[in-house]
Write a protein that binds this ligand. Sequence first.
Ligand code: HEC
Length: 150
Amino acid sequence: MMVPKKKRSIDSSKILSFCFKNSLVLLCLFATACASEEKVKYEQYVISGAEIYKKNCSNCHGLDGSGLRNLYPPIKGSTYLQDKNKLVCIIKNGLEGPINVAGKTYNQKMPAAKGLYDLDIAQLITFLNDKWGSSKKIVEVGDVAGVGCE
Ligand code: HEC
């Protein structure tokens, strides 16, 4: 039996559905690529931030963020992590005068972290939040650069 030759007519509805399906696939691919790019960037910030913390902060606040007795307050669980602008200024300018952290009073001088760029601070704060805070979002350089400290 002869198979009849297919008519070579263009079925526009088929083309349309083909395009539709494939552009959706492309869109999805694009969206997931973007999402994972953000995720990779987040991980990079956390890793760099951990290094910056180790070099610049852990001497006083401890590798585990628990501070040092009555001298240095803990970062872990500190409410200071909830105020990004204040945090930026503490890192840039240092801090002195009596403060209360987790029910304890501290009154020592914290030196300014000289030599840290805004990007370093952005990565550092991303790390602090990831490790001891509640936010899992990237702190961008712009979020740091835009903060005016007295
Ligand atoms: C030389 C020791 C020292 C270093 C280094 C240091 N700090 Fe501090 N930090 C202190 C002291 C002391 C205080 C309390 C200041 C006060 O009594 O007013 C403090 C307070 C803080 C506070 C507010 C209170 C709290 O515990 O939440 C934060 C946040 C903080 N430091 C973050 C950092 C970060 C981030 C770094 C690294 C860039 C850093 N510190 C480096 C000694 C230090």
